[in-house]
Design a protein around this ligand. Structure first.
Ligand code: GLY
Length: 592
């Protein structure tokens, strides 16, 4: 069934947004998304609201994600009384079809869940794992030199055991109310009847070099039918994906961890140089982990701990900034001098300490300790950048000195935010890593290249790197699915794609709402300023460019560039749900 309903109760209210500013920021991608055929009235209205810079406001439930067809599938589940976990399954199933370059059954995800009945937060780790046969030298040549990045990405070597199928089932078993097998109906129908290729998908396919996406026969047959790249507006069918979803619906996730599907996946990966075996699939587990929280602006910013660096690094940035005055102006050079150096200090700790804590000891609590962050914040000045940003010395009981990490992460990924009628909240960031992942396409979906999130180097100055490859280990992530808690209840559900820039996108959007009092649509539309390892990235074509000269004068290196976040935010305020979807991508927020 393809959903074509109207949300009668959805209120699309003009907020206090600087509408012209947000409209100016709407990219051709988002504008093109307005022409998606077959969208319901409410989804069309939500696209219009985004173009006008207005938040979407609802009373009972809300879902925000990267593609309107996926959002509609989730909305239908919520409208029929399903939980946020049910809706997430429907959203992910459609995203794997209409946004195949970003996430899907061949990838992994992290999920943060607020349970309204228990008043508790928990997280699920559905991250991919390295093959048991992998060694720390996995991404090095025979001379011990790190491989060139795309040489490692494209093909079987980068593929980790996917976690997404098991994560979907685990979330549904814990928190689902709807019938599992019904949650795939919309995605199956779209895959069989065809969906409209979006501008973003068409552009990304057209931009792929010859030696990446077109390189593998099965991949080329799907994305380059008759030898030409799929185009915006084409109707694309994916019967193989429909079959995969039918198997997931009828047999459950186990069918993706043993049996014929695994035989196909393993054969494809091994034929292209990878080391995954059926054993890697058989031993795969989704892991429940405690949420990691940091205090900021009278709230607790909570998210995914190791193997993600997300909550720790977002928490460190905001936790340091809690000790300074960011002022009233969200684009003041002084505020961004403080923000930039807090980010550099947090990324210094990230590079030194953060990895899969099941494999390496980590000072997880020490890294977001209030006293530690207050001490780190003493270095921050509003008028001058730090000469160098060095890792700190957090409190922990394990005297281990790591080398600094050298992994490269490029933006892809997708984020889903949902609040259901029972008040449960879900924040899930989902990925196949690079755009189109490993480029290997099996049974209608792409396989991840998540293993290139490991450090290719094993040592630095004779010291082991925490995020080096090890058998069965999960690569460090930057994904930052976040739920901000205030007075014991969720206040914001936030997340974004964007590689290691995810951390800055999420930290900025939280500050936009908690410090500079923006509504969610303003918060995601505001120009980005991102500092990870030193260079300040300012978003091209926006008011952020005005900070180029003052930030250079403060001592930063500055680069003006595109910054394509994909933030999806839901604020819960005075009994209302207020949603915002990033104008740089194609998604919407929808609620009733
Ligand atoms: N591959 C994106 C991330 O995990 O951060």
């Amino acid at each position: 069934m393809i959903i074509r309903t109207t949300c009668l109760l959805t209120l699309l209210l003009a907020g206090p947004v600087a509408a012209q500013q947000a409209a100016d920021e709407v990219t051709t991608e988002a504008a093109g998304a307005g022409e998606v055929r077959g969208l319901g009235d409410a989804a069309q209205a939500a696209l219009e609201a985004k173009r006008n810079g207005n938040p979407v406001i609802a009373e009972d439930w809300m879902v925000a994600a990267a593609n309107p067809l996926a959002v509609e599938a989730g909305a239908e589940v919520l409208r029929e009384g399903g939980s946020a976990a049910d809706a997430m399954v429907a959203v992910q199933a459609v995203l794997g079809l209409v946004e195949p370059q970003s996430s899907g059954l061949g990838g992994g995800a992290f999920l943060v869940w607020y349970d309204a009945e228990r008043g508790e937060l928990t997280t699920l780790d559905g991250r991919e794992t390295a093959p048991l046969d992998a060694t720390p030298q996995y991404f090095q040549d025979n001379a011990g030199a790190p491989l060139e990045f795309y040489e490692a990405v494209v093909g079987g070597r980068s593929v980790g055991t996917p976690g997404t199928p098991m994560l979907l089932e685990e979330a549904h078993e814990r928190w689902g109310k709807a019938e599992w097998s019904d949650l795939f109906d919309d995605a199956i129908a779209l895959a069989e009847e065809g969906f409209t290729v979006s501008p973003r998908l068409a552009t990304l396919v057209a931009e792929e070099p010859e030696d990446r996406l077109p390189r593998f026969e099965a991949t080329a047959e799907y994305f380059y039918p008759d030898g030409e790249p799929i185009r915006e507006g084409d109707t694309l069918k994916n019967p193989a994906y429909a079959d995969s979803l039918r198997t997931l619906a009828s047999e459950g996730a186990q069918a993706f961890y043993s049996g014929p599907i695994v035989e196909d996946l393993v054969a494809t990966v091994q034929a292209e140089g990878g080391l995954l075996t059926p054993t890697d699939f058989a031993i795969y587990r989704v892991i429940e982990r405690p949420a990691v929280c940091a205090a900021f602006a009278g709230a607790d910013v909570c998210g995914m701990g190791p193997p993600s660096s997300g909550a720790l690094t977002v928490g460190q940035i905001l936790g340091m900034l809690d000790n300074v005055d960011l002022g009233e102006d969200p684009l003041a050079p002084e505020a961004w001098t403080l923000f930039g150096d807090a980010s550099r200090l947090a990324f210094a700790d990230r590079g030194r300490y953060m990895a899969d804590s099941d494999f390496v000891p980590m000072p997880t609590e020490g890294l977001v300790d209030d006293g530690y962050l207050a001490g780190r914040a003493e270095q921050l000045r509003p008028d001058a950048a730090l000469d160098t940003a060095e890792p700190g010395d957090p409190e922990w009981d394990h005297a281990m000195l790591w080398g600094d990490d050298q992994s490269l992460e490029l933006p892809s990924t997708s984020h889903i935010s949902i609040v259901d009628a029972d008040g449960n909240a879900l924040s899930m960031t989902t990925t196949i890593e690079n755009g189109f992942g490993s480029r290997l396409f099996v049974r209608g979906y792409l396989l991840n290249n998540e293993l290139t999130d490991f450090s290719f180097a094993t040592h630095e100055d004779g010291r082991s790197i925490a995020n080096r490859v090890e058998p069965g280990k999960r690569p460090r992530s930057s994904m930052s699915p976040t739920i901000v808690m205030r007075d014991g209840a969720p206040a914001l559900v936030v997340g974004s794609p964007g590689g290691s820039r995810i951390i800055g996108y999420v930290a900025q959007s939280v500050a936009n709402m908690l410090v500079w009092h923006m509504d969610p649509q303003q918060a995601v539309s505001t120009p980005h300023l991102i500092n990870r390892f030193g260079t300040f990235d300012l978003e091209a074509g926006t008011d952020a460019e005005a900070l180029e000269q003052p930030l250079q004068a403060a001592g930063f290196e500055v680069e003006v560039r595109d910054l394509t976040s994909g933030l999806h935010v839901i604020a819960i305020e005075d009994g209302r749900l207020i949603g915002g979807a990033d104008p740089r991508r194609e998604g919407i927020a929808l609620g009733e």
